[in-house]
Design a protein around this ligand. Structure first.
Ligand SMILES: Cc1ncc(COP(=O)(O)O)c(C=O)c1O
Length: 478
């Protein structure tokens, strides 16, 4: 495999060549004291700290600075950062640093929980904009220009717009560029959680990145689509509307003072992977992908559905929920990204010509797994739309800070209509709250919880699935 220069990988390799002896943290002393299995222990000699020649993430003047500059050059940003706590910390920092306590912020409702945690941390007043419903995958999609226009008209005091692009399922484009232009015309920065789009920098056939469309701050989970280690992410700033020093300060506050060098090296490597991804690699990826889809289409009952992002694919089997399909695939040792009531979501590997990945084997396993499904007499999975559709723009009944002082009680979710949720109910994955703490429970929420429980979905947050209860504000019937 050819690599462009990877400054941090290079610095770590050179350091390792010196056969260093550890009188410093971490306590495993280059792996010598570790009883981890060999495969895990093998990486520990590189799990070091801010030593000579290895720079400092929070005050970069050497290899890390150089690596981050290369990252900024690739993405065309003014400034880019390595993140060691996922897009989670990117979302926290970009919102915390851009907005002041008490300010109004317009937020796409189908955001990851980290966006809602950022709202709580920053103490801002969120105005939620519900996305369009996406019939193809039966999930919430992107917000429209008209919705953002309406929100800005109703809340002209808004100080930022926080969007999620693409969706978890790989829906992209839409009217994002127009939304950004609209906001910029009013001097409002657009902050984009582009966790699932780190590879959009590769260009056609991948969708355009929000950065290219003019977004002010963009966060990428490099670990989701590029070959970075879990938690490895990027934050990019390309704006005169936000203060990059405040974002740097927020990252300093919110991230560990001992960031993992393994993780940061993998970010340097992921950047190099994207930088060297060439036209032949794209042609190879597309050919492999197309052959894979064609084979899938030949499997009886299986319906692959392509998304805007060619790296994402959903698989359906009429009459079966995604959770049932997932169970079959798990039994074959095939693990998908997520399941929902309708489908499973697959993230394809961003292969290069030189990559060693057997799509054929995956296809054979899918075929074997699905042959275990008995012919279904069930109708296609039905299901409701979890977002309450008549309320395209909504606010919380209580802000997180108000909720903190309120008493709460567990009640049957079936009796919760009109009550205020005391904390969020989050189907996980994807980690998009179905119900937010402080949000009034609507009939649509109850229907969705019912369907997800029946489908054996996994949850995080204020729900006791076995008792069918959720946590609501005690005296706060609204
Ligand atoms: C849209 C979105 N944003 C943010 C995150 C958080 O990313 P990370 O796991 O890198 O912290 C996720 C995780 O799934 C996500 O789907």
């Amino acid at each position: 495999m050819t690599y462009t220069d990877r400054p941090l990988v290079r610095a770590l390799t050179q350091f390792h060549k010196r056969a260093p002896m550890s009188l410093h943290v971490p306590g495993h002393k280059n792996g010598a004291l570790s009883s981890l299995p060999d495969g895990l222990r093998a990486a520990l000699p590189y799990d070091v700290t801010e030593l000579e020649g290895l720079d400092d993430l929070h005050e970069p003047h050497g290899a890390i600075e150089e690596a981050q500059q290369k990252l900024a050059a690739l993405y065309g940003s003014h400034r880019s950062f390595f993140l060691v706590n996922g897009s989670t910390v990117g979302n926290l920092a970009m919102i915390y640093a851009t907005c002041r306590r008490g300010e109004t912020v317009i937020v796409q409702r189908n955001a990851h929980k980290s966006v809602f945690h950022a709202i709580e941390l920053a103490g801002v007043h969120p105005v939620f904009v519900s996305p369009d419903w996406q019939e193809t995958v039966q999930t919430p999609g992107l917000v429209s220009v008209e919705q953002i226009e309406e929100a800005l008209h109703l809340f002209p005091q808004a100080k930022a717009v926080v969007l999620t692009y693409p969706t978890y399922y790989g829906t992209a484009e839409g009217g994002l560029e127009e939304v950004i232009q609209l906001c910029h015309a009013k001097g409002i920065p657009v902050l984009v959680d582009e966790a699932h789009g780190a590879h959009f920098v590769l260009g056609d056939p991948f969708p355009r990145s929000a950065l290219q469309m003019g977004a002010d701050v963009v966060v990428h989970s490099a670990h989701k689509s590029l070959p970075a280690m879990t938690m490895g992410s990027f934050l990019h700033i390309r704006s005169d509307l936000v203060d990059s020093e405040r974002i740097a300060h927020a990252l300093h506050m919110l991230q560990s003072s001992s960031p993992s060098y393994l993780l940061m090296a993998s970010l340097d490597d992921a950047r190099a992977y994207a930088e060297t991804y060439n036209t032949e690699d794209t042609v190879h990826f597309l050919a492999k992908r197309q052959a894979f889809i064609t084979q899938l289409e030949d499997i009886p009952g299986l319906q692959p559905v392509e998304m805007d992002d060619p790296l994402k694919l959903t698989l359906r089997v009429p009459g079966y929920s995604g959770f049932e399909i997932q169970q079959c695939l798990d039994a074959e040792g095939l693990y998908v990204e997520l399941a929902d009531l309708y489908q499973v979501l697959v993230i394809l590997p961003l292969v290069k010509r030189v990559s060693n990945y057997s799509f054929d084997l995956v296809c054979a396993k899918i075929k074997r797994a699905l042959s275990q499904l008995a012919p279904s007499v069930k109708e296609n999975m039905g299901g409701s739309q979890p977002i309450v559709r008549n309320e395209m723009i909504s606010q919380l009944a209580y802000l997180p800070a108000q909720l903190a002082d309120m008493k709460s009680e567990w009640i049957s979710y079936k009796d919760a209509e009109g009550r205020v949720a005391a904390a969020s109910v989050i189907p996980y994955p994807p980690g998009i709250p179905l119900l937010l703490g402080g949000e009034t429970v609507k009939e649509g929420h109850i229907r969705s919880i019912e369907e997800l429980i029946a489908g054996h979905a996994k949850f995080q947050g204020a729900i006791q699935v076995e008792d069918e209860q959720i946590l609501v504000v005690k005296d706060g019937v609204k």
